[in-house]
Write a new protein. Structure first.
Length: 192
């Protein structure tokens, strides 16, 4: 995001400020960053961001500690899928680049797919149906209010990952007894 700001003649923002803006899609991130920088947003700002983002997808991207081991254990117990608001091409490149794609196969839906973006439940409903998994046995693991709302709208359980970007947006009082709250990826194994 800072590369786009600088490219447009705007002051870069502190990394923690940019991180706090993540979670509602690229367009919202771009708008927030230009607003915070008090700089006019050019019409092509989103396109610039996506171009730069695409060229740097795997430069610093790493799975959270414990994710490969968690996916290995979960894959033996059930069907795994990815539902993201990221574009599908970028999502697949990230999964491939991190050697995580085999856990999901073709069960990956992006924000530019056939369904509206999260929190619309359509993607989650499709993934559960395609896997022949009843919603009562489906869990949406995510780190944001959008993920939490997606699970609610679909009628699935929610697992809030507090190690992610957007967990602070979810009121913990909104969690149901069937929902989970985890501090680290491998914590999920203790609850399932």
């Amino acid at each position: 995001m800072n590369a786009v700001l600088e490219e447009c003649g705007c002051a870069p923002q502190p990394e923690d400020a940019i991180v706090a803006m993540v979670g509602d899609g690229a367009a919202m991130l771009v708008a927030r960053a230009f607003e915070v920088a008090r700089c006019p947003q050019p019409q092509d700002a989103l396109e610039r961001f996506l171009r730069i983002y695409d060229s740097r997808l795997l430069r610093f991207t790493r799975p959270y500690e414990g994710i490969p081991a968690l996916l290995e254990a979960l894959a033996r117990r059930g069907v795994l899928a990815v539902l993201t608001n990221k574009p599908i091409a970028a999502t697949r490149r990230i999964l491939d680049g991190l050697d995580l794609a085999p856990y999901f196969g073709d069960r990956v839906l992006g924000g530019d797919g056939p369904h509206p973006r999260k929190p619309d439940p359509g993607g989650l409903l499709q993934l559960a149906e395609a896997a022949s998994v009843p919603l009562s046995e489906t869990m949406m693991v995510g780190d944001s209010a959008v993920d939490f709302e997606t699970a609610r709208r679909a009628g699935a359980r929610a697992c809030l990952a507090r190690y992610g970007f957007g967990y602070h947006e979810v009121a913990l009082g909104d969690l149901r007894h069937s929902d989970l709250l985890i501090e680290r990826p491998l914590d999920l194994l203790f609850f399932l």
